[in-house]
Ligand binder design. Structure first.
Ligand SMILES: Cc1ncc(COP(=O)(O)O)c(C=O)c1O
Length: 432
C-alpha cells in the first residue's frame, strides 16, 4: 500500500539518519537543516541522551492513562517548565500536537468563564494572517485563506483583526494594538473569552516582532475587559527567539500559554497547555474537572522526551546561546538582500523570515500561481539545504516567505553555509 503523503504527486527523499544540524537520506546525500524541519529540531538531531531517555521510559512504562494514573515524567516536566515560567503560570497539561493544545486552550478559556458564571463569553479574537493549527477550531482561528478555503462550511466564525506587519503596515491601529482593543469593544467584552496571538509571529508573518507597546496596550485592555490572553508559543517558544518564551520580549504575562514543537525538540510528539493559577483554580473549585479527555494526554514517553530536551537546553545554556548568536545570524542573513527578490529579512534569536517580492520598491508580491516560495525551497533542498516555505499570507492569497530556524547548536560556519545554499537557490529559481 502506498503511503498517503501530504503531497500526492511528489516523491520525497527517504531520510535515514540525523546528526546535529544535518540529515542524511538513503542515497547518502547530506542536508543542512536550516529550519529544523517545521521549526522543531531545536537541540539538533541524534542527541543520544534524549533518545535513551525516551527508550528507558518506554521500557519502564510506556502508557498509563492520564485519566487513571499520575506518572513521574509528567511531574518532572511540569517542574522543568515551572523553573522557566512566570510564577502566575502554575499548571501544565500535556498533549501531542500544537493544534490539539490550541483547541484545548480555547475550551479551557470558555470553561473558565462559564464556571465564573459568565456563560456569554465564548468568542476568541485572533489575527490575520495567523496560523494556530489545522484541526477545525485551530483553523477557524487561523487567518490563512489558503488553508481554509475548501473547508469553509466546517469552520466557526470568530472575530479577526489584521496582524501587526512592520514591513507592509508600519503605522496605524494594526501596528499599535488599537485594532485589537477596538474589536474587543465592538464585539462586546461580555461575549469575548480570549485573545489568541503568537507574541512573535512565526511562519504566517515570517518572524515578525511587534513593538513592546502593542502587547502592553492589548494586555491592559484584556485585563480591563475580562478577556484572557492566550499566547501561542508553539513556534516561537522554548528558546527559539533567545528567551524561553517570546512573550518575555514584551514584558507581559499571558493567562494561558501553548507550546509544542521545540518542547520535545522532535524526539516525540509533545505539546503543553499551560494556564494560570486563577484559571485552573477556578475550575478546581467549581466543577472540579477540565472537560477535555484525550487518550494520549500526560503520556509518560512523550513527557520523558520533554524532560530530557529541557534538561539538555538548560545544561548546555542553549537559550542563552540563541540570544548571543542573534546578531551573527542576522548579520549573515542580511547578505541575502543582494538578491533583488528579497524584500525583507527579519526575526529574533534564531528565528528568521525572508519575504520574497516581485518588486522591492513597491513590495509587490509574486503571483501565487508562480509558487515562488515552494520553488525556492525545492531548489534549496536540491542544494542540500532544508528551509521552511510559507505561502499565501497576504489578503489576496499571494505572499512568499522562507523561514529559517536552525538547531540552537548551529555553528557560524553552518550559518554561512545556509546563506550560501539559499542564495544559490534564489539564483537558480529566480535568476540573479
Ligand atoms: C504558531 C503555531 N501554532 C500552532 C501550530 C500547530 O501545531 P501542530 O502542527 O503541532 O499541530 C503551528 C504549527 O506549525 C504553529 O506554527
Amino acid at each position: 500500500m502506498p503511503v498517503f503523503h501530504r503531497h500526492l504527486t511528489q516523491s520525497f527523499p527517504r531520510v535515514v539518519r540525523g546528526e546535529g544540524c544535518w540529515l542524511f537520506d538513503d542515497a547518502g546525500k547530506a542536508y543542512l537543516d536550516g529550519s529544523g524541519g517545521a521549526l522543531v529540531a531545536n537541540v539538533g538531531h541524534g542527541v543520544i541522551e534524549i533518545a535513551e531517555a525516551v527508550g528507558r521510559q518506554a521500557a519502564k512504562v510506556a502508557y498509563a492513562s492520564g485519566a487513571i494514573f499520575a506518572n513521574e515524567p509528567v511531574a518532572e516536566l511540569a517542574e522543568e517548565l515551572d523553573e522557566v515560567l512566570p510564577e502566575s503560570l502554575a499548571y501544565s497539561y500535556f498533549l501531542c500536537s500544537g493544534s490539539e493544545a490550541i483547541e484545548a486552550s480555547v475550551k479551557l478559556a470558555r470553561q473558565y468563564w462559564r464556571e465564573r458564571g459568565e456563560a456569554g463569553k465564548w468568542k476568541v479574537v485572533s489575527r490575520v494572517p495567523s496560523y494556530h493549527g489545522n484541526t477545525l477550531t485551530a483553523l477557524s482561528l487561523s487567518g490563512r485563506e489558503h488553508y481554509r478555503a475548501i473547508y469553509g462550511p466546517l469552520l466557526t466564525e470568530f472575530p479577526r483583526v489584521p496582524a501587526p506587519d512592520r514591513y507592509r503596515r508600519p503605522h496605524g491601529d494594526t501596528w499599535d494594538g488599537t485594532a485589537v482593543v477596538r474589536e474587543i469593544e465592538r464585539q462586546g467584552p461580555e461575549t469575548v473569552a480570549a485573545f489568541l496571538a503568537e507574541p512573535i509571529i512565526g511562519s504566517s508573518l515570517g518572524a515578525m516582532a511587534p513593538e513592546r507597546e502593542y502587547y502592553e496596550r492589548v494586555a491592559e485592555a484584556c485585563r480591563a475587559h475580562g478577556v484572557l490572553f492566550i499566547a501561542d508559543e508553539v513556534m516561537a517558544g522554548m528558546g527559539r527567539t533567545g528567551r524561553w518564551f517570546s512573550f518575555e520580549h514584551f514584558g507581559v504575562v499571558p493567562d494561558i500559554v501553548v507550546c509544542g514543537k521545540g518542547l520535545s525538540g522532535g524526539y516525540a510528539p509533545l505539546s503543553a497547555l499551560i494556564a494560570s493559577r486563577e484559571v485552573v483554580d477556578t475550575i478546581r473549585d467549581g466543577s472540579g474537572a477540565f472537560v477535555h479527555a484525550q487518550t494520549w494526554s500526560h503520556m509518560p514517553v512523550t513527557a520523558a522526551a520533554g524532560v530530557a530536551t529541557l534538561r539538555y537546553l538548560k545544561r548546555h545554556g542553549l537559550v542563552g546561546r540563541v540570544a548571543s548568536m542573534e546578531s551573527e545570524f542576522f548579520d549573515r542573513l542580511e547578505k541575502l538582500r543582494a538578491h533583488p527578490a528579497v524584500g525583507d529579512v527579519r526575526g529574533r534569536g534564531l528565528l528568521a523570515g525572508v519575504e520574497l517580492v516581485a518588486d522591492r520598491a513597491t513590495k509587490r508580491p509574486f503571483a501565487r500561481r508562480e509558487r515562488v516560495a515552494e520553488r525556492v525551497a525545492a531548489a534549496a533542498l536540491a542544494n542540500g539545504l532544508v528551509v521552511w516555505s510559507n505561502a499565501g499570507h497576504l489578503e489576496n492569497g499571494d505572499g512568499d516567505i522562507l523561514m529559517l530556524g536552525p538547531p540552537f547548536t548551529v555553528s557560524t560556519g553552518e550559518i554561512d553555509e545556509i546563506v550560501a545554499r539559499l542564495a544559490r537557490a534564489l539564483d537558480t529559481t529566480l535568476g540573479t
